[in-house]
Design a protein around this ligand. Sequence first.
Ligand code: GLO
Ligand code: MG
Length: 345
Amino acid sequence: MATSSYRFSIGPWNLGQGADPFGPPVRPAVPFDAVLDTAVSLGFEGIQFHDDDAVPDLETLTPAQVVKQAEAMRRKLADKGLVAEFVAPRLWEHARGIDGGYTSNDPAARAWALERSKRAVDVALALGTDLIVMWPAREGTAVRESKNPIEASRQMLAAIDVILGAHPKIRIAIEPKPNEPVDHAFVPTIGHALALGARSADPARVGVLIESAHAILAGLDPSDEMGFALAAGKLWSVHLNDQNGLKFDQDKVFGAANLRGAFDQVRVLEAAGYAATGAFVGFDVKAHRTQPADKATAHLATSKAIFLKLVEKARSYPVKVAEQCIAARDYEALERLVLEHLLSC
Ligand code: GLO
Ligand code: MG
């Protein structure tokens, strides 16, 4: 299988303006059409959407108007040879989602979150995708005693069922993250996500999106998280990136902090035949604040180039020698084999 058989995707937030909690934007906003052109020029076929990336101001529109605008977006994508990968209801930026959506302590906010998620389903279908990504950003607490975790778990499950109920074809990929913006999130790992999915009204339609950095922030190995989901046939998308230990979510270039860890992720995707499933490889990376606008796409190009080099490394891995090391239980020799393979040209 050619390395090019992987399908790559990006979201408009991966072309950000460089703001961080201590400084304002330093680059002009990238117009949506320029996002699409960048995707095409870098060889990305899929576009990831928040619901309001696809239909700006969707809160002010009727459901019919929302669908009409999403259909127009689908035509715009098709004109450029692009497709929509998924739609994520962006509950965390709206004022009503300040305390979370599905798990807010305000019943009116909870009702809003469910309605907004149903609109996101409309947007997804009109864009031609059946995949909803659920990143439960503010579904958690900063003050632990402010929410009841038993009730919150039930509310998360009920939200999944509402989204599944919105259309018989719709699938949900839960993207767990243990913290940020909240201190403790209610669905922090892939295990939690799959357990919720298994209890949903239609487990076959609930899977996961694994982001490397989110697994690392949970103290877990991303390739093992992927392996767990792949064994269950539930890895429906990935956000590859990197993360230097336990701190704020860095969204570094894939492989930038731990090249061996990146290799292990590619290896497990290769072993499972991920490319053949048709699922996308996304890079949830952001350009450093220091980058000027004309160099603020390099993080995407580099992530993709490193991924493809690691695919070659996975395919040229000396499997027979590795098997001999394993059979002899000589894991020191295996360690050296892996390191030398990564260093070889
Ligand atoms: C943030 C998340 C975020 C999501 C995106 C799609 O940490 O990774 O980028 O992936 O909003 O829901
Ligand atoms: Mg992500």
